[in-house]
Write a protein that binds this ligand. Structure first.
Ligand code: NAD
Length: 398
């Protein structure tokens, strides 16, 4: 079987979620196979067993490996010969099902690529982190914006000191789709996202504020110290925030802000980050992801384009490109870069070789715990009128 991996075979993938009518599962599967290093062979595609099985044909999953539930899938796959059973599982369910599925996967020894936010609360995240630490499992969290070549370029430039000392991070994620109460109109994605039992303690801040926060952490590596947050429900009686704003103090004295909205008319997926250093500032927008703006007082503004052949492109950014410059790459490719980086680790683990667990180029279990701590502390601060609360979790990447 032709493969671009190092094992001489493709990795065997399963997916939980991604059934008919769902959103991100299909993105996971498309991203997973983009580099011909994996094949989808099994799935528990829906909470409804009949729909789970009916959805399998959409992915060319054989009926014998279209399971009615994730528990059934892990039990059956464990019994298959080692050269047939799945290597890893991707989790694309609503948030409340991430932890039970991830825990069962880790306990069964399967590698995991889990969507964000990683769990429903911090206690689950810490329990999962302990399980992963005691296992040989590779665990990734799809904070997929980290996969864009120019995000990796920005990270490399900051970590190598090109921007000087980092003093300010402004990260925003602005959407408008929950301006009306779609959750009352049978829109499934809106329904679970606004239900605390399925979404978690936060709505908008958990769903997209975590992406914005993660992007600042990923690009700068700065450790947070404390947070003050105000969350709002602008479409009552929705029980969870649909807008929020947080100020973050970083350990080095830098200040950050995270603003997230789902009620801004006409806004789509405007993830945007601006970072100010003592030597230069940068700006990146995911709706124009193939450009990165660098500015220095007294110099013409610079636009870096996504160009795998340019001398200014760093190695991590080059490794994240598939096409020559000018052919736009986007959401699928960035998602696939998280997969590609995770596959490098999985292939080492499967070959019995050591692999990096903490300072990975892909978001890992530590970032997942941090995301959950960010949500918990944002909600607690907001409830306490914007009180300053600690934000540095002991498991954060150092
Ligand atoms: P969705 O409602 O469109 O799809 C969820 C799917 O999970 C459905 O097929 C549903 O039947 C299935 N499911 C629910 N419970 C299940 C169970 N017990 N077993 C098997 N399948 C089950 O949701 P979505 O918008 O695709 O979001 C899914 C997850 O992905 C969420 O955690 C969300 O936060 C995350 N997400 C991430 C991104 C990103 O850019 N990284 C984008 C969108 C969503």
């Amino acid at each position: 079987m032709a493969t671009n991996g190092t094992l001489g075979r493709k990795l065997r993938m399963a997916i939980v979620g991604g059934g008919q009518g769902s959103f991100i599962g299909r993105v996971h599967v498309t991203a997973a196979v983009l580099d011909n290093r994996a094949a989808l062979v099994a799935g528990a595609l829906s909470s409804d067993p009949a729909r789970a099985k009916a959805s399998a044909a959409d992915y060319d999953i054989a009926p014998s490996r279209a399971y009615g539930s994730y528990a059934e899938m892990f039990a059956a796959e464990r019994k298959l010969p080692a050269d047939e059973r799945i290597d890893f599982v991707s989790i694309a369910t609503p948030n409340h099902m991430h932890f039970p599925v991830a825990r069962a996967a880790v306990e069964a020894g399967f590698h995991v690529i889990c969507d964000k936010p990683m769990t429903l609360n911090v206690a689950e995240a810490e329990e999962l982190a302990a399980l992963v630490r005691g296992s040989n499992v590779v665990f990734a969290v799809t904070h997929n914006y980290t996969g864009y070549p120019l995000v990796r370029q920005a990270r490399q430039m900051i970590l190598s000191g090109e921007l000087g000392d980092i003093q300010a991070i402004r990260a925003t994620y602005i959407q408008g789709w929950l301006r009306s109460r779609l959750e009352t109109e049978g829109q499934k994605q809106a329904a679970w996202r606004t239900d605390p039992t399925k979404s978690g303690a936060a709505g908008c801040f958990g769903d997209i504020g975590t992406h914005a926060y993660n992007l600042g952490r990923y690009m700068t590596g700065l450790l947070p110290d404390s947070i003050s947050c105000n969350l709002k429900v602008f479409e009552p009686p929705r029980p969870l925030d649909d807008y929020g704003h947080a100020v973050i103090r970083y350990g080095n004295g830098a200040l950050g802000t995270v603003t997230a909205s789902q009620i801004s008319h006409g806004r789509e997926n405007d993830v945007r980050i601006e970072i100010d250093g003592t030597l230069a500032s940068l700006e990146w927008h995911q709706e124009n992801p193939n450009q990165l703006f660098i500015r220095k007082n007294g110099h013409p503004h610079q636009i870096y384009t996504r160009d795998p052949n340019a001398p200014y492109t760093s190695d991590p950014a080059k490794a994240a490109c598939r096409l020559p410059s000018g052919h736009p790459e986007g959401f699928f490719e960035a998602f696939a870069n998280v997969y590609r980086s995770t596959y490098d680790a999985m292939e080492l683990a499967i070959a019995g070789k050591p692999f990096e667990r903490t300072n990975t180029i892909y978001p890992n279990i530590h970032d997942g715990v941090e995301g959950m701590y960010f949500i918990q502390q944002s909600v607690a601060s907001s409830k306490a009128g914007g009180a300053w609360l600690p934000l540095k979790h002991p498991l954060a990447r150092q």
